[in-house]
Design a protein around this ligand. Structure first.
Ligand SMILES: [Ca+2]
Length: 484
């Protein structure tokens, strides 16, 4: 009997310590906000109302100089989730898939799942919900269309009566409805509001797990169309919205940098021609973007409130990121899909227990660094294939330098950015990086808005040569890695 007691106590102890050591690993809430640019209070701008993201920043490190690796939804997400760079033939389009183009690499959720995490996702993390499903402990889910691959409905989330036709008409691929809507409805009527309702329920389930969780929560606004409840539009006076100060192409810009934003032009109230967006429409589009950001900010607030209510907040790492930037009239452009700073720079914030909080860092960061950073924070050995670096040094010391330079690309442009400069080389044939057509160099220390292309300036010849060489090495290394 005595032995039985001893055995029983031992079993209990093993169970208790076994569970508690596993459960004590931090949870991870991985929040993606589609097309969110770092035009937020926490990044030094004050014209968009985002009180909840600002509040979260008090417990996080925010990266003032974080960059995507490819400024288009599906490709950027496939790169983040696999931890490998886009190449001229891999992760190129909005419909890029990790499981078709880089299936040999375990995704971030797969690595976490293999290391004891319960992994789940709701909303838009991968572009396609059925991409790399083996990485999730349960099937990915989205409101209304859980198993649909064709997602036109997502973008046609119009809720006012006068736009009901957008749901029933058989519109061609790529054609939506108007580029904005301000329906006087509750948050929960729009897709992202429905996502939040499901997220709150999901957190209640996750609270009761005997494992740490990784929860990928993806919002689709402020992606076009700029549809948000009217109350968020009402936060702004459209007449007072100011337009981009660099609303013209840079001096000496190469032809490759020209961009006619076909995505915005696919909306029914935007002219499908080569003319510039006029001032009134520019103000309306900015107004809509701001409203969508405030709408999503309110959703983030509800999720954080729930985490705190469930007593999960303190032991949960929160990574908040945007998949690329977004031009709102800068350089005459509207949208992503360029190699300018407006299109490449992203919001990135990491709240991690026992690391810095309420500070910003100038450390150059790249979205390819997210995968190794999450592994390091979770205390998991990172897979060998990862091409980024852990950002932990910057989460411990805001002066730390992790990357001397970062790399990005978009179709025909290859970009390198270092501490001071950003350099892009354009090619006639982007898929093979053949026949250069031009290049651009901007001095971010003196020209953060990229108004003057300095690539031919004699005083910057050495810088251009240095960046050219770095880019060539990166492209060659990337090529060789892909061959193996
Ligand atoms: Ca996007």
């Amino acid at each position: 009997m005595k032995h039985f007691h001893l055995l029983f106590t031992l079993v209990l102890a093993v169970l208790f310590f076994g569970c508690s050591s596993n459960k004590s690993k931090p949870n991870i809430l991985f929040i993606s906000i589609d097309d969110l640019k770092p035009e937020l209070g926490i990044f030094g701008e004050d014209h968009i109302s985002s009180p909840n993201i600002d509040q979260l920043a008090q417990d996080a490190v925010r990266f003032n100089r974080a960059y995507c690796n490819v400024p288009i939804c599906g490709a950027s997400r496939a790169s983040i989730m696999t931890g490998v760079y886009p190449t001229p033939t891999r992760f190129v389009t909005y419909y890029a898939r990790a499981d078709k183009e880089a299936d040999q690499y375990p995704t971030l959720p797969e690595t976490l799942k293999d290391n004891g995490y319960f992994t789940t996702t709701l909303g838009k993390i991968f572009h396609f919900p059925d991409d790399s499903v083996e990485g999730w402990s349960e099937l990915p889910y989205r409101p209304d269309f859980p198993n649909r691959i064709d997602q036109q409905e997502l973008w046609r989330d119009y809720q006012s009566e006068e736009l009901a036709w957008t749901k029933t008409q058989n519109l061609p691929q790529g054609v939506a409805g108007p580029a904005w809507e301000a329906a006087d409805v509750a948050d929960s009527i729009y897709y992202d509001g429905k996502t939040t309702q499901l997220a709150l329920k999901k957190l209640e389930q996750l609270k009761n797990l005997d494992k740490p969780f990784f929860f990928g929560l993806g919002y689709i606004r402020p992606h076009l169309p700029f549809n948000a409840p009217k109350k968020y539009w009402d936060l702004y006076d459209e007449d007072e919205i100011t337009l981009a100060t660099n609303h013209y192409m840079p001096k000496n810009a190469p032809d490759g940098a020209k961009f006619n934003f076909s995505e915005l032009r696919s909306y029914t109230n935007i002219a499908n021609d080569n003319n510039l967006i006029d001032e009134a429409q520019a103000r309306k589009l900015r107004h809509g973007y701001y409203a969508c950001v405030s709408f999503i900010d309110a959703q983030i607030g509800k999720v954080i409130h729930k985490l705190k209510e469930l007593d999960l907040y303190d032991n949960t790492i929160i990574v908040l990121w945007g998949d690329h930037g977004f031009s709102l009239g800068e350089h005459t452009h509207w949208g992503k899909h360029t190699c300018f700073d407006q299109s490449l720079r992203v919001p990135l914030m990491i709240k991690a227990p026992d690391h810095l909080a309420g500070v910003s860092t100038q450390a150059l960061a790249s979205l390819i660094d997210v995968y190794p950073t999450v592994c390091a924070l979770a205390g998991i050995e990172q897979p060998n294939h990862l091409e980024g670096k852990s950002l932990i040094p910057a989460l411990k010391d805001r002066q730390a330098v992790v990357n001397e330079q970062i790399f990005a690309r978009y179709v025909k442009g290859e970009t390198v950015k270092n501490d001071r400069f950003i350099y892009t080389k354009y090619y006639k044939n982007g898929a093979k990086c053949e026949t250069p057509t031009g290049a651009m160099l901007y001095d971010h220390a003196n020209d953060p808005e990229e108004k003057i292309n300095l690539v031919d300036a004699p005083e910057h010849r050495e810088t251009v040569n240095e960046l050219k060489a770095l880019l060539a090495t990166h492209m060659q290394t990337r090529f060789e890695l892909k061959q193996n």
